[in-house]
Ligand binder design. Structure first.
Ligand SMILES: O=P(O)(O)OC[C@H]1O[C@H](OP(=O)(O)OP(=O)(O)O)[C@H](O)[C@@H]1O
Ligand SMILES: Nc1nc2[nH]cnc2c(=O)[nH]1
Length: 174
């Protein structure tokens, strides 16, 4: 077995787009603080890079939800494994995801977060794979729309590996 990764989105292109998203979010919230919710583990690289590019006051929290096991298919089972440390009531919340694929994870998670009465609840994803959508999710900020290929890097894993690649690539399992 010889795995290889083909570059889909080079590091410079990803970072440039994240800077644009940071500007967009800063403009939209003009002067008001934003509370970023990083969905672990995949979104950690994206969240850090994005947070650095937002010019309004930023606070951050982290959450772990389960959706996928090992391999490349959805388990369809979404549950909270690590909840937020802080209350989000009355806050301008932006949920940060690395990828939206079937949409099941975020459709379910946004419903849970809505019940906690944030002032605003927005969704930002680095990657969107609309071809595989099953659940309806409204995305407010999208980095890149990508075709239906299994990607790794920039936080995204295959069996916990490849998260540290500084670019987004397509995994070829050989
Ligand atoms: O739109 P969906 O089909 O529901 O898939 C998207 C979800 O899958 C990935 O997380 P994963 O469960 O792989 O966890 P990880 O971030 O820890 O790798 C991704 O970060 C989303 O949370
Ligand atoms: N690593 C990775 N995780 C995913 N979760 C949903 N789609 C993907 C994908 O293309 N790559």
């Amino acid at each position: 077995m010889s795995e290889s990764v083909r570059v889909m989105l080079p590091e410079e292109k990803v970072n440039q787009r994240i800077a644009e998203l940071g500007e967009e979010i800063s403009k939209e919230f003009a002067g008001e603080p934003v509370h970023l919710i990083c969905i672990l583990k995949g979104s950690v690289f994206f969240t850090c890079e994005l947070a650095k590019r937002i010019t309004v006051p930023v606070t951050m929290d982290f959450m772990t939800v389960s959706s996928y096991g090992s391999g490349t298919t959805s388990s369809g089972n979404v549950k909270i494994k690590k909840d937020l440390d802080e209350d989000i009531a009355g806050k301008n919340v932006v949920v940060i995801e690395d990828i939206i694929d079937t949409g099941r994870t975020l459709a379910c998670l946004l419903e849970i977060l809505k019940e906690r009465n944030p002032k605003k609840l927005k969704l930002c994803t680095l990657l969107d794979k609309p071809d595989r959508r099953i659940a309806d999710v409204s995305v407010d900020y999208t980095g890149f729309v990508i075709p239906d290929e299994f990607v790794v890097g920039y936080g995204l894993d295959y069996d916990q590996r490849y998260r540290n690649l500084p670019y987004v690539g397509v995994l070829d399992l050989g």
